[in-house]
Design a protein around this ligand. Structure first.
Ligand SMILES: [Zn+2]
Length: 302
């Protein structure tokens, strides 16, 4: 059997609580997400490379990277209704390192920060929240070109970090499997993902799949959906982004809320493979009841 070392990189409450200076800083200058380490911070980048190397040295066949990118806002408690675009703007990091990187790429980072603070601050003060999903066009209309340019500049931060991590893992004789959270953002709660395919919206977390396709040997798609056709569409879009010769794995949930029967799970595994997935993984062993685990052999014997 192959042994894969699933590793959570930049979501770390222990480090963030002890060292708030390495966590993300919002447009108001607050560090309100101590769980989220900023991928632009040099210490965080050193940590990510060291962590990847440490896991690779355990002798695993691959290091599976979760949260090796900017993270979405997931408020545990919020008594102000935020639209998807408001939440997105509120989650953008404006720490010194992020702002410097954007400035180096020709973005007016301070204008972007002021715009975010004006819009999100307005919603906090009673403006109606934004309607509709985050798209480049909608974001441009809502927050202006400087904010969109700032958001897009984040991919350089992530691409260079993932490149360093992939090299470190390869240097230890293992390989990196990159997983971005977009599929989970879309479908985690109910298995009914928002319309845009994960590969098309990954840029929102600073993930440039086309660029990463040249740097990373393998990708995992979080296909958290009830519908087999949707799973196939997500896998297909991923392959078109990262390159047909890359290894793409589909991560399925065998039970609630995505799969209500063995047949449905089998249909999704079949759809993923037909769309070009090299393998299917299942999330998450320790949380799934035994009768649901019993569905997996059928999905593997296709
Ligand atoms: Zn930052």
């Amino acid at each position: 059997m192959k042994l894969h070392g699933w590793t959570v990189f930049l979501r770390n409450a222990t480090i963030g609580t002890e060292h708030p200076d390495v966590t993300v800083r919002d447009c108001f200058g607050d560090r309100g997400s101590l769980t989220d380490l900023c991928p632009a911070h040099p210490d965080v980048r050193d940590y990510a490379v060291a962590l990847a190397r440490a896991v690779a040295r355990l002798g695993v066949d691959s290091v599976v990277a979760e949260s090796l990118h900017f993270r979405p806002l997931k408020p545990q408690r919020s008594f102000v209704p935020l639209g998807p675009m408001d939440a997105y703007l509120f989650a953008l990091c404006f720490c010194d390192y992020c702002m410097r990187r954007a400035t180096d790429l020709g973005v007016n980072a301070e204008v972007a920060r002021e715009e975010c603070a004006r819009i999100v601050g307005g919603v906090f003060d009673g403006d109606p929240p934004a309607q509709g999903e985050v798209t480049r066009a909608a974001l441009t209309a809502y927050a202006g070109p400087d904010v969109v340019a700032y958001a897009r500049a984040r991919s350089e931060t992530v691409t260079t970090l993932v490149s360093e991590v992939a090299s470190a893992v390869a240097g230890e004789g293992s390989k990196l499997v990159f997983i971005d959270s977009t599929g989970a953002v879309k479908g985690y709660t109910d298995g009914l993902p928002t319309p845009g395919l994960a590969a098309h919206d990954a840029w929102q977390l600073g993930v440039d799949l086309v660029a990463l396709g040249d740097l990373v040997p393998a990708f995992g798609v979080l296909a958290y959906a009830r519908d087999a056709a949707r799973v196939a569409d997500d896998v297909g879009a991923y392959l078109r982004s990262v390159g047909k010769d890359r290894e793409v794995r589909a991560v399925l949930r065998p039970g609630y809320p995505d799969s209500d029967s063995t047949d449905r799970l089998v249909a999704k595994a079949r759809g993923a493979k037909a769309a070009g997935a090299l393998a299917v993984d299942f999330y998450a062993y320790g949380l799934v009841p035994h009768p649901v685990l019993d569905r997996i052999p059928a999905a593997l014997s296709l």
